[in-house]
Design a protein around this ligand. Structure first.
Ligand code: XMP
Length: 553
């Protein structure tokens, strides 16, 4: 956790917020959310121009890890939008096309006319070559995987402080066969005679991928580009972000009133804390206890926000309403839909009691913003309803305020810490909006909730004691609808089967089951069958995602 105060550490993840339901409600009501402009920038920025690479977001994250703000924009983004970010340079991403394909994506003239430095990566290098008048062709040998790059020119700033030969990660079929006029070779590999090139105006092409971990010195190379070629100084820090955001929120809100749905998750928590820093009591938070939370969760959340952070918070215990609606429901999608609908109802009722409210705050993060616009995502098959809550929405008349719209998850965590939020809240594992309802297979009843809460508490307790909580993406218990025979003392039992799920993941898109130590599993199992009534068997889920999902429903 070193350096958290002054630098953003970035990893992906996606703690989906319950308040997202409200965005859907609004959109369904025919009202478009206000899309905030990129934050006004005193700060330095480098724009990643996306040519369809799966790594574009990763490049952006790496740049931010170097304390330089970055956004990823599609290659055909209008110049007006790009220039609003006031970039100090560009990075052209890789991409699946070939520059000679009909309709291959290329960079717009405005980018070149800005005379700003450009780093072209893989396909991005081929775009530079093509557009500056060199030649690209289908490689005689494709180059995938590790390669050794040998520097061929002395003193290239992009490779400053690097050894003369180093390992890089390649993934390309096409290659540069003739450099554009004014460019010189800066590096070669066994299979690429021109693996790196540049001119005197800060236009650089590299055939390998500096953004992936397989290029061990990749970050140094990106840093060299940012600091030595784009002249950045590295002012993207949580402190600067907070100062900027507070000013912006004050300006946006004026003397208006803001409400925020708190879920206990880190995104909505940091959103609320940041807005509270800006406008204090003009913010009211609404915490809806849906009765599907874990042991002591509601109390802890309220305590943190009311006592520690001194916020206005309305706590609604809507347990009865939610459980009533879930009565007899066993279908997972139906559970999700009913919970989503009920949440909106409760929230709207409470908001209405407050009188005039001008803004609704949401914890939307940058990956959500990017993902919602990529073509693949538009077409992506629906696996489970997360945000897509059907039904209901009555018209809501708030404007949206989304101060974390340009942040990655770890940046959010660091902002939370810089705002003085407790570590426990900032480093909380993700917890789904529909809560324990999707971890109870079959009908959700008060009795089953109690059993699951008790088992889940033990899992959490043991995982924390083993110092594994932060390492795991999630770790929790599931109450299955299977019963099995057991023996306790001299008596036959017929009890519930509890499953334990613990996964590692970068971003919840894929996950692997955690190789928990056997002793730890033994302790968890032993405690559950001894301390939780009606449970006589514990199993460990050893499936990865895909083909399984993290949650069971
Ligand atoms: P799955 O089960 O699809 O979950 O692998 C991926 C991640 O998303 C979380 N999750 C949700 N979060 N509302 C949320 O806010 C939901 O409806 C929801 N469903 C799943 C899940 O905990 C995991 O981190």
């Amino acid at each position: 956790m070193e350096g958290k105060e002054d630098s953003f550490r970035v990893t992906t993840s996606d703690d989906l917020e319950v308040s997202t339901y409200l965005e859907i409600a609004k959109q369904k009501a025919g009202e478009q959310p206000i899309v905030e402009k990129s934050p006004e920038l005193e700060r330095e920025a480098v724009v990643v121009i996306d040519f369809g690479s799966q790594y574009s977001m990763l490049i952006t994250r790496r740049v931010r890890e170097c304390n330089v703000y970055s956004e990823v924009l599609p290659y055909d983004t209008p110049w007006q939008r790009i220039s609003s970010i006031k970039p100090k340079g560009f990075i052209f991403s890789g991409g699946p096309a070939s520059v000679y394909d009909a309709g291959a994506p290329l960079a717009s003239a405005s980018i070149y006319e800005s005379h700003l430095p450009i780093l072209g990566i893989c396909y991005g290098m081929q775009v530079l070559t093509h557009q500056f008048g060199g030649r690209v062709a289908i490689g005689t040998k494709h180059e995938y995987g590790h390669a050794i790059l040998h520097q061929s020119a002395e003193g290239s700033p992009i490779f400053a402080d690097l050894p003369l030969s180093f390992t890089v990660w390649m993934s390309h079929g096409d290659e540069i066969i003739e450099m554009p006029p004014g460019f010189t070779t800066m590096g070669y590999t066994e299979n690429s005679t021109i693996a790196a090139m540049g001119n005197d105006h800060g236009i650089i092409g590299i055939q390998f991928h500096p953004e992936v971990a397989h290029t061990p010195q990749g970050k140094e190379i990106l840093k060299n580009f940012l600091y030595r070629i784009c002249d950045c100084t590295g002012n993207w820090t949580p402190g600067n972000f907070i100062t900027e955001s507070v000013a912006k929120i004050k300006e946006q809100v004026g003397d208006g009133r803001v409400i925020c749905a708190l879920s206990g998750g880190v995104d909505s928590a940091v959103t609320a804390a940041l807005i509270h820093r800006a406008i204090g009591d003009q913010l009211t938070c609404i915490f809806v206890n849906n009765g599907l939370l874990r042991k002591e969760e509601a109390e802890r959340t309220i305590n943190t926000f009311q006592r520690n952070l001194k916020m206005n918070i309305i706590h609604i215990d809507a347990t009865d309403r939610f459980l009533q609606r879930l009565m007899g429901v066993t279908d997972p999608e139906m559970k999700r839909r009913l919970i989503g609908e009920e949440f909106i109802r409760v929230f709207e009722e409470e908001a209405a009691k407050l009188g005039r409210v001008d803004f609704l705050a949401q914890g939307t993060l940058y990956p959500d913003v990017i993902e919602s616009v990529t073509p693949e995502n538009r077409a992506a098959a629906k696996i489970k309803t997360h945000h897509n809550v059907g039904g209901l929405p009555t018209k809501m008349t708030f404007s949206l305020i989304e101060p974390l719209r340009y942040l990655f998850k770890d940046e959010v965590r660091n902002v939370g810490l810089a705002l003085g939020m407790p570590e426990e809240m900032v480093w909380r594992q993700p917890f789904p909006g529909p809560g324990l309802a999707i971890r109870i297979i079959g009908e959700v009843t008060r009795d089953k909730l109690e059993i699951l809460r008790a088992a889940d508490w033990i899992v959490m307790d043991e995982i924390k004691n083993a110092n594994l909580y932060a390492e795991l993406w999630q770790s929790f218990a599931i109450l299955t609808d299977t019963r099995s025979v057991g023996v306790m003392g001299d008596h036959r039992t017929y009890g519930y089967l509890i499953a334990i799920r613990a996964v590692t993941s970068e971003d919840a898109m894929t996950a692997d089951w955690a190789r928990l130590p056997y002793d730890l599993l033994a302790r968890i199992s032993n405690r559950i069958v001894n301390e939780v009534r009606d449970v006589n068997r514990v199993v460990y889920d050893i499936s990865s995602k895909p083909p399984s999902t993290i949650e069971w429903e």
